[in-house]
Design a protein around this ligand. Sequence first.
Ligand code: NDP
Length: 285
Amino acid sequence: MAANYQAELVGVLGRPVAENPTGVMQEAAFAAAGLNWRYLNIEVPPERLADAMIGVRAFGMRGINLTIPHKVAVMQYLDAIAPDAAVIGAVNTVRREGERLIGENTDGKGFLRGVRQDAGVDPAGKRVVILGAGGAARAVATELALAGAAQITVINRTPERGEGMVADLRANTPAAVRFEVWRGVYRVPADTDILVQATSIGLYPDVDGMPAVALDDAPAHMLVSDVVFNPPETRLLAAARARGLPTLDGLSMLVYQGAIGFEMWTGEKAPEAVMKKALAEALGV
Ligand code: NDP
């Protein structure tokens, strides 16, 4: 291993961060690319975020990731926010332009890369149903809308959250966006091209969790995707596969959001296969 002297620093600020798997894949990518970079998991409580951001500047860190609870709070300490991150309302990645810190959101972009590369689907002109209206749903919906999705239907249990998300999408993207409250079983319409499960249903330890949706009307080409990556084979994806529908798991989104971060920081193409392997090993899947 190269000496730490003059290593370039990146990392994640959050609490908790001990189990955060992103560093494992970034370090594997740096090693594969021959870069003397280090990725640090740094535990920062909410009341120390301002100090931590001064530290990021003082150390000349090349970039950072933000996770719970800092994705929104960090925005006040940055010099600029990318337009898509502004619509999403959260920043998960910071990159440096000279002395300026720029806020980005790579979650939705990572999802999009998975749709294109792993599922072979171009979202332009597609009709999308998104389950959920939290941070992941907002990121995915914003990028799909900016990529030209024709129609986005947001389904959420809590109406206020869903309506707020739809209002933001309508104001800032060209997509036709509508909202439906999630009551009972939602029948996914027959004209849907992409279904996105963007709630935390099915996330470990809730591995038996299954969103209340009926896939009976789904067309044979409908892509069923899930943002939950632990476990990657959610009950929803298993049900979709059993019907012969194409699927896309949350690992794909997680790998590609990291790959996009790597590219923003280093300016080099990410070694995606290396990152995917390192992540799968770290998660034991
Ligand atoms: P939030 O807390 O911001 O949002 C949670 C969403 O799930 C809300 O829409 C909430 O609805 C809904 N929800 C939760 N439980 C239920 C339930 N029992 N029935 C119906 N709706 C429910 O979480 P995030 O958006 O940040 O995260 C969601 C998931 O996305 C997590 O599993 C996370 O791990 C994953 N994720 C994956 C990434 C990846 O790279 N693969 C990246 C980021 C997140 P309501 O508004 O009604 O409460």
